[in-house]
Design a binder for this molecule. Structure first.
Ligand code: NDP
Length: 281
């Protein structure tokens, strides 16, 4: 039987409608949630992401502020802008769109965002909170994956979850969230000797690599839940994930499509984190 397709776009739309209602309640109390997005330079992909984030904010009735800075912006300038936003009561969430131009130190820039406004969840304070189970902001993409599992009634407790990818923004926080949810977690990466032997053990398999069709049907346990975080272009230039969708769909129990799977959930979680930040004020 073919896998159930997890409709991330539909789930994200339902969640966003709920966030709109919560934002309206806050706005009525004079606390409309506000997100500031800083983009430096003119990376075309980043511009598209930023535009989508700002549009999502507007649709949910949030206040949004887009700050577009030239590629030659100095680190001192950027840190100055962040300091202003940290002190601005109308702004509850701040994100600096990555990647930044090479002359800017991303780590220093992210550390300059106040942890209580770090709605991307990339600050070391957020990472530390996630690691130790304290309240904080989880990075949006893995948080979106957990929301998808919850919506599908998939309980990670007692399951073997295999995460392929160990980046700070997806793979590692994904593994920590699954661990927190009670899964036994294996993290794989480019130095893992026999990837297929690992992935075949997964009840929940998360691919966060950035290689089209890396995960093939023979690498998937029958009835597993396969979550595809990857965003790649195939030979024809079409957006595709890390999972060879059609054949894997015939083996898996659940599968996320690309596009329309994890991507929309990432933006929904950014709104959720911004709302959470505003509700705490
Ligand atoms: P990174 O490039 O930072 O990390 C990729 C990871 O994959 C690394 O840990 C790397 O291992 C591992 N890897 C590379 N090749 C292999 C291989 N052959 N076998 C096993 N592991 C391998 O990427 P990100 O984590 O930032 O993003 C991953 C993917 O998710 C990308 O396609 C990105 O576009 C997408 N993405 C999607 C989002 C969404 O909203 N849908 C949001 C964020 C990212 P090593 O550490 O050893 O180098």
């Amino acid at each position: 039987m073919s896998a159930r397709i997890i409709d991330g776009a539909g789930l994200a739309a339902r969640l966003r409608a709920g966030y709109r209602e919560r934002a309206a309640v806050l706005a009525a109390q004079g606390r409309r949630p506000g997100l500031a997005v800083i983009i430096v330079g003119d990376n075309p992909a980043s511009r598209v992401y930023v535009r989508n984030k700002v549009r999502a904010c507007e649709e949910a009735g949030f206040h949004s502020r887009l700050i577009e800075l030239p590629a030659a912006t100095t680190e001192a300038d950027l840190l100055g802008r962040l300091a202003e936003l940290n002190a601005d009561p109308a702004i509850h969430g701040i994100l600096a769109q990555l990647p930044l131009p090479a002359h800017l130190d991303s780590a220093r820039v992210i550390e300059a965002i106040a942890p209580e406004k770090d709605v991307d969840g990339f600050h070391v304070a957020s990472a530390g909170a996630l690691m130790t189970g304290l309240p904080g902001f989880a990075p949006c993409t893995p948080a979106g994956v957990m929301a998808m599992l919850a919506a599908e009634g998939i309980d990670a407790a007692g399951r073997h979850a295999v995460v392929v990818g160990r980046s700070n923004i997806v793979g590692k926080p994904m593994a920590l969230l699954l661990l927190q949810a009670g899964a036994t977690v294996t993290i794989c990466h480019s130095r893992t000797p026999d990837l297929a032997a690992m992935t075949r053990q997964a009840d929940i398999l998360v691919a966060a690599v950035g290689r089209a069709k890396l995960v093939t049907a023979d690498m998937v346990k029958p009835s597993a839940c396969v979550i595809d975080v990857g965003m790649n272009r195939d030979a024809a230039g079409r957006l595709c994930g890390d999972v060879d969708f059609e054949p894997v769909r015939e083996v898996a129990g659940w599968i996320t499509p690309v596009p329309g799977g994890v991507g929309p959930m990432t933006i929904a979680m950014l709104l959720a984190n911004t709302l959470k930040a505003a509700e705490r004020t």
